[in-house]
Design a protein. Structure first.
Length: 216
């Protein structure tokens, strides 16, 4: 297994984050040589500037945190983020569509964003706290069909949500890995023990705001 820092997308998605919070995030990412940072779209340009020449990926989110934006808006957010220099896109699936078994809507939603991504990798956030095991598996199958590159557990914004659970990560991994997709675990990963459980279950990325604590 590679070093833990190379699994971590050091994350800051708080609504009230100030400029100095982002600079601290970027400095920590450089100090610990994290794989990437994950931030809201408005701060992609800032991240690219601060992390220039480091090889640290800049990851941003679209349709965040509810996934309920119309598809064209998600695609436009994606296009703007790529123009600003993002290296990867994490989009939120429309959970209501999953609950309604509106699979064609979900397929179109993901495919449209994937088309807007072009060569930029696309992760799809399923929001596993709100889904049954059958729904998680079905969502993964739709992501495969739509051409996504990753499936991801959580936004971390569900009230009273647990976030990433090892059993969900394992199910996701077993469903998508035969088709070449990978798994990002995010939400509630606050210590080394939990991080290692997610990796053992099949995650190759960890989205966490506790990266420094985990590697220290």
């Amino acid at each position: 297994m590679q070093e833990l820092n190379k699994y971590i997308e050091h994350t800051l998605l708080k609504q009230d984050a100030a400029k100095e919070d982002f600079i601290k995030l970027f400095d920590e990412a450089k100090k610990y040589n994290f794989l990437g940072v994950c931030i809201n779209p408005a701060y992609v340009k800032m991240a690219k500037e601060y992390l220039k020449g480091t090889g640290i990926k800049v990851v941003t989110v679209v349709g965040f945190p509810l996934g309920a934006n119309i598809t064209d808006v998600k695609a436009y957010e994606t296009t703007c983020a790529i123009e600003d220099g993002t290296d990867e896109i994490d989009m939120v699936m429309n959970v209501t569509a999953m609950k309604n078994k509106d699979y064609e809507y979900i397929l179109n939603d993901i495919r449209t964003v994937k088309d807007a991504c072009a060569l930029v990798p696309l992760k799809v956030i399923l929001e596993t706290d709100l889904l049954t095991q059958d729904e998680i598996k079905k969502a993964c199958e739709l992501c495969i069909k739509a051409g996504a590159n990753f499936v991801k557990t959580s936004t971390g914004f569900v009230k009273n949500g647990v976030g990433a659970k090892a059993e969900d990560v394992k199910l996701m991994y077993e469903t998508v890995s035969p088709y070449g997709l990978q798994v990002k675990a995010s939400g509630g990963i606050r210590d080394k023990e939990t991080a290692l459980k997610m990796i053992e279950a099949g995650a190759v990325r960890l989205g966490t705001s506790s990266g420094v604590k985990i590697v220290s």
